[in-house]
Design a protein around this ligand. Structure first.
Ligand code: BGC
Length: 512
């Protein structure tokens, strides 16, 4: 992700926010919509009786025909049903490895095009599915599309945008994920009302809309100057740079891009490099943030909210409606993050949200534990509303903290030579943990019952302690001053920094 943006003296290159930059960013951000739509759509369709009847008849019997059950909590405990949700993330994980290669060799634009095509094929399989195999193949294709897009789009955005709006763009991608989730929640709510039991096909099919936008967009946009230069198209890279920056004097940034590309080529083994002792603080923090993000339990809600609400005894419509409410809270609270992240700081947001998530999950566990028995009645209206409110409190805290910050922090703490490898590792760890939660949650619910929320609140306690002790504040620290102002000042991480690194950094800051 070798980008220009800053001059070697720490200043910024001249750049206008040109229409072509705005258009490119809008197109590329549809990658976020595409990902979000998939996160939200599966829970809704798996709660629809017609869908269950066709593909998961054993689950359908448990939910609708009120067969004798071991426990209410186990209605949806079915490996294949979980596989339907989870295989997408496993495929995404595999695709990321290939995608990082193609992003480098063929460019960001080509990777986005491939992503759009694979994704559209996946949508076609899913919307036309006649059996479980077609559904799973479709989801695997969708996952591969997501893997390609999640690799190429953030790189594309960070390279095409002037450096001063790069942080905001990073959160914009997350905002688009939340909009995608909300869009799928709304679609599910609407298609569930369609008579004839084929509404789920529309739900799955409409996922093609953001993918179509991404594909069309990728046809229209230019590749980034960084990528063109990296692949040896120097003149084209220069003319694209002039076009996207909207100024004539692009020579300083062009020279820096040339230099960055040379340095990037010199790093023969970026993944071996990142394992060196001096990169340990960044690596540990990035991996921990991704694992913790998933172990907040957020995707238990994002994937399975309708199923969860059904388990608590909500009627089908009310479950889908409640998922729309939590989806909307997710979007609005992400906007809060955009405003507060550089004012309050990363640590403050994560700690405040930690307290909010811990308490809301604790209370949810107590209410469900007291009110939802294995074989008895559903939650009363009052308690049902209270649970939805508590879920919203939990989701809002996540959305202004762990949601965007687990992505933002890794993108700003790695030095240039390991940034791209660091980003790939972050994406992979995230997808792996997402897969684990998607595959395990319904079985965990069956096993732990209401205790599942105690489990997640325990995890939140552990991650908040990690933030308190081990996460340094990076608010308003320019990337090239990280060693001096962040790592050297930290009680633990300063042991991993040697004087050499500080001298190098000083040279970058002073330009000597
Ligand atoms: C996470 C997703 C999650 C989403 C919810 C993202 O940051 O990576 O797993 O579903 O936030 O908004």
């Amino acid at each position: 992700m070798a980008g220009g943006g800053f001059t070697t003296s720490g200043g910024e290159f001249e750049a206008k926010i040109t229409p072509i930059v705005i258009l490119s960013c809008m197109m590329a951000a549809t990658g976020g919509l595409m990902f979000g739509y998939d996160i939200g759509v599966s829970g809704g369709v798996t709660s629809m009786p017609a869908f269950l009847k066709e593909f998961f008849p054993e689950v359908y019997r448990k939910t609708v025909e009120e067969e004798e059950l071991d426990s209410n909590y186990c209605k949806y405990d079915n490996e294949k049903l979980q596989l339907f949700t989870s295989c997408l993330y496993l495929a995404g994980l595999m695709a990321t490895f290939l995608a990082s290669h193609i992003t480098r060799r063929q460019g960001r634009r080509a990777t986005m095009l491939i992503s759009g095509f694979i994704f559209i094929a996946g949508v076609a399989f899913n919307a036309a599915a006649q059996n479980l195999a077609m559904l799973i193949i479709g989801r695997v294709l969708l996952g591969s599309g997501v893997g390609f897009a999640n690799q190429a789009v953030p790189v594309f955005l960070s390279e095409i945008a002037p450096s001063r709006i790069r942080g905001a763009l990073n959160i914009l991608f997350q905002l688009n994920i939340t909009l995608g989730i909300l869009f799928s929640n709304l679609v599910n709510y609407a298609t569930n009302k369609i008579k004839g039991g084929w509404g789920w096909r529309l739900s799955l099919g409409l996922g093609g809309l953001p993918a179509l936008l991404l594909t069309l967009g990728a046809f229209l946009v230019v590749d980034t100057p960084n990528s063109l230069i990296e692949r040896g198209h120097l003149e084209e890279g220069k003319s694209v740079l002039r076009k996207i920056r909207g100024i004539d004097n692009i020579e300083p940034e062009f020279l820096e891009l040339l230099d960055a590309s040379r340095v990037a080529k010199e790093v023969k083994h970026p993944f071996r490099n990142i394992l060196k002792r001096k990169n340990r603080p960044q690596l540990v923090i990035s991996i921990a943030l991704q694992i913790f993000q998933q172990f907040t339990g957020i995707n238990a809600i994002m994937f399975y909210a309708p199923v969860l609400f059904n388990t608590l005894g909500f009627k089908n419509d009310a479950s889908l409606y409640s998922a729309v409410i939590t989806g909307a809270v997710n979007v609005v609270s992400t906007v809060v993050s955009i405003y507060s992240v550089d004012r309050l700081g990363r640590k403050m947001l994560l700690l405040e949200a930690g307290a909010q998530m811990f308490l809301s999950q604790l209370v949810i566990a107590v209410i469900i534990g007291m009110k939802v028995k294995d074989h008895s009645e559903d939650l009363s209206k009052g308690f049902a509303v209270l649970v939805v409110v508590l879920v919203c409190i939990f989701v809002s805290a996540f959305a202004w903290s762990w949601g965007p910050l687990s992505w933002l922090i890794p993108s700003e703490i790695f030095p240039l030579e390991t940034r791209s490898a660091g980003q790939s590792i972050a994406v992979c760890v995230n997808l792996l943990c997402t897969f684990v939660i998607a595959q395990a949650f319904l079985s965990m619910l069956c096993f732990f019952k209401f205790g599942i929320f105690l489990f997640f609140s325990g995890c939140v306690l552990i991650m908040s302690t990690f933030v308190l002790l081990l996460l340094p504040e990076t608010k308003n620290v320019p990337i090239e001053e990280m060693t001096e102002r962040v790592w050297k000042q930290h009680w633990l991480w300063n042991r991993f920094i040697d004087e050499d690194d500080c001298v190098k950094e000083e040279k970058v800051v002073t330009g000597n």
